[in-house]
Design a protein around this ligand. Structure first.
Ligand code: GRF
Length: 230
């Protein structure tokens, strides 16, 4: 069977890209990354792609008169590589409505919060300021509104009393590295249907547990002593 051709848009380190590269390298995985596009030169994400033998392209946004022209160049690059599905992985540009509609239901993003809470930037600061006990990440289908769209996978982490932005970011990033591959697997296996504002997951398969990531499963976290428990 033909593998789903995925294009990944990046701007930086690319640790999420790396998890997708590793996933696609598993035998018989039904998707392959055919192109990585960065709006910034010399970023680690490009190096990761090159190391994996994946074609890369730098399309610097500064070289274009406006967002539409930049998005058209990205669109052309993706189409030239026969890309069928787009993953945003730390891509720091907001895509135009035109682009998002051209690729309707065929773009996913990972956002470092439990949407719809804490959209935009500085999500870990927002979570600390709000005093939430749980935080995490969301993989969602991209819509023209920022950090909006049907949710595919969320992973939850606890917010611990001594957390600062950095420690929370590190914990969330670890969760991202589990959530994004789970989401791409669901997509590649054709198990996602978009139904209005919701993404429905075909649960005839046993992997629905992948959608439910309980932070207290982490053996490294001290559990409170609950009377009556085992
Ligand atoms: C991640 O925190 C992701 O949620 C956000 O940008 C960051 C990218 O990290 N969209 P990396 O480049 O994948 O390491």
């Amino acid at each position: 069977m033909a593998r789903l051709k995925v294009g990944v848009l990046v701007s930086g380190n690319g640790s999420n890209l790396q998890t997708l590269i590793d996933l696609c390298a598993t035998p018989d995985f039904p998707a392959e990354i055919v192109l990585v596009v960065s709006n910034k030169p010399d970023v680690m994400a490009l190096e990761r792609a090159a190391r994996a033998g994946i074609a890369t392209q730098v399309i610097a946004h500064q070289g274009f008169p406006d967002r539409l022209a930049f998005d058209q160049a990205i669109d052309a690059a993706l189409r030239a590589s026969d890309v069928e599905f787009i993953c945003l992985a730390g891509f720091l540009r907001v895509l135009s409505e035109m682009f998002v509609e051209l690729w309707h239901d065929r773009i996913v993003n990972i956002h470092p919060s439990l949407l719809p809470s804490f959209k935009g930037l500085h999500t870990h600061r927002q979570a600390l300021d709000a005093g939430v006990r749980f935080h995490g990440c969301t993989v969602h289908i991209v819509r023209p509104l920022l950090d909006d769209g049907p949710i595919l996978v969320q992973a939850v982490v606890p917010v611990l009393p001594d957390d600062d932005e950095q420690s929370l970011a590190t914990r969330v990033l670890e969760a991202e590295h589990r959530a994004y591959p789970s989401a791409l697997r669901l997509i590649a296996e054709g198990r996602v249907t978009i139904d209005g504002a919701r993404a429905r997951i075909d649960d005839k398969f046993p992997a629905v547990a992948e959608l439910l990531m309980n932070p207290l499963d982490r053996p490294s976290l001290p559990l409170p002593n609950v009377p009556g428990r085992g």
